[in-house]
Structures are given as structure tokens and as C-alpha cells.
Design a protein around this ligand. Sequence first.
Ligand SMILES: *Cc1c(COP(=O)(O)O)cnc(C)c1O
Length: 375
Amino acid sequence: MVVATHRPSRVLIDEGAIFHNVQSAVNSLDAGSELFAVVKADAYGHGLVRVARVAVKAGARGFCVAVLDEALALREAGFTQPILVLGIVNPEYAGLAAAQQIAVPVAERTWLEAAAAHIASGDQLRVHLAVDSGMGRIGFTAKEDLQAAVAFMDAHAETFEFSGIFTHFASADSLNEDQFKRQAAMFNEFVAALPRRPRYVHVANTATSLWHRACHSNIVRFGVGIYGLNPSGREISTTPYALEPALSLKSELVLCKQVAAGATISYGATYHSAQAEYIGTVPMGYADGWLRRMQGFHVLVDGQQCEIVGRICMDQFMIRLPHAYPAGTEVVLVGKSGDQEITLQDVADYAETIHYEIACALSERLPRVSINSVQ
Ligand SMILES: *Cc1c(COP(=O)(O)O)cnc(C)c1O
């Protein structure tokens, strides 16, 4: 996608905040545990390579990504740390993963059988067996099948390395711990049924690392916390260390005009000015990931909340200003202005979703610019 560098709209990424968040999580690890930085989906919209580099400086020892291409992008950028793909990879690409020392999750013995033919002799594929303890997404649900997969890898030890076992919690971010406890108990049983413990045993996402002591694991898959976001949204407000939001979203007015009473604004003419009003135009829209449903929300100009009036267009939207401002005046969509602040959580609340989705939706057209660079 074309990146709009000749437009004032941009995503600012605070590298110092990322460093702080990762370092705080590393400092709170149990002895013998390592932090793997989850940088899938372009590091939750924050920029894959930038975040990976800062995370390593702050003590991350490996990476998790969602798809093989993200792992390959990290290798291409020169990262030599362990990388685990979290989603099922087509067995056809097992050879590619093996050659690049990229670990993959496996949820079926038949996957191993299909993959074996694609792995060059001399290469070994690192496998993390997934246990579905209640997420219902990927993983073994029967101990016998898990054991059969280990037996298959042992019988083809030149091709496969049984490198890890893991599970994923569906509700580690919830005050109610029933589901969490059920899943932890099941996972521990599955680990106990193994002929031996692999190098990596892991269960913890950010929420688990913040609020639970669970299982004898030795990697934390630290995701949303890197970016300074609370995985529970507003449900659990206390965290063992401060999370510093890394992302802000800024633009500038490209136009400010006075309209007469009764003027209509944007598609569908859903907004009518009640009186003579100042209307500003902001060069960002739903194609940038500023969702159409943000109509009626507000942005910050000069430390004041200004309502978004009329429908969000693909590339522009309009706001009502208290008085005239020149083109080039800063508009804050996420971040601070004066003593006001809009967080990704505020945006998510208005959009009736979670901050993860808002961050990931910010499109590639928006340039990512580092601030407080970590050298
Ligand atoms: C995305 C993901 C994580 C990271 O989750 P956060 O809530 O962002 O910490 C960890 N593990 C798995 C399997 C995931 O898919």
C-alpha cells in the first residue's frame, strides 16, 4: 500500500514507552523464564521491525507472530532470536520454516505426516504442540493424540524437534477465574502425560503474566502489554507495573471555514449546523482505519474536545471548532492535548470494540513515526 507521507496524518510510536513496558515485564518474570515479544499484525499496528528492535533491547529473548510471512520478515530484517508462529501453517511450507529456524504450532499428528515430505534432509523443524484446553481454536484435545504426535516426532527425530508445548487462555483477562482454572488444570494434565518436558512450556499471554501464577511455564508470550494497553480493557484496573501507551494518532486541519446556520455536512447530510459554526476538515478517514462509526465522537484541538460532525468519509472527516483555527493546527485523535487525553480505550469504548482492534485497524497508509527513540 502507498504510505501517505505527504499528508499530516500520522501514527506516533513512543519507543521509550515500549522499552519501559517490556523491561518491566522482563523484570517481573519468574527465574528461568523468558519473554517472547508478540509482534503479530505489524506489532499490533505499531510497526514490526521497530517494535522488535526495541523489545530485544529491553530484554525480549524471542518473538511470536501470527503467520509465517511475519516470521520471514523478522529473519529478513536480521533477527536471529527464536521465532514461533502462532497460527497453523500449511504443511507445504514446513521446509521453508525449517530452513529459517522458525518454529510452528502443531495440533494434529497428520500435519506432521504431511509436513515431513517438505523438509529437506539436514533441516529440522521446531515444533510446539498446541493444547486446546478451552479456547476452542487450535490444539490437541485428547492426550492420546498428543502422545502419538510426540511418538511420531521421536520416530523422525532427524526431521522434527519437539521443542515446546503450549496453550492459550480464553479469559485470563477476566475477574472470574473459573475458566482459567479449568484450562490450567487440563494443560498441566497434558504436560504430565508427555514422555518428557520439551525445552519450552508456555501458557501466558499479557493478562496471564499480569494477574495469574499458573503452570510451570518458562516463556511469557507478551503481546498487548508491549504497547502499554491493559488486556482487560476496564475490567481489571490494577497492574503490577505501570503500562505506558506507546501509540498516538495525530493530524492537522487542512481547512477551517465558517458555515451559516442550517449548513449540511458530509454524506447523507446527517449533520445540520444549528447556528453559524466553524467547521474544520481533518485528512483521515475509514480507509486509514478511523472507523465510520466514530461519527459523534470527538478529537482534541488546542486542548479542547471538538465533536466529529457528519459521516466519516473514506479519507476525510469534519469537526466543529469553537472558533477559527488556521490550516496546520494540530488535531489529536489519540493522545494528549493540553490537559485532555483520548486513549485507544476511549476510542474502543465509543466504537463498541476492544483497543486491540482499533490499533490493528490503523491502515498502512498512515506513516508510523518514532518518538523518544531508543538507541
Ligand atoms: C495474540 C496471542 C498472544 C498475545 O496476547 P496478548 O493479549 O496481546 O498478550 C499470546 N498467545 C497467543 C496464542 C496469541 O494468539
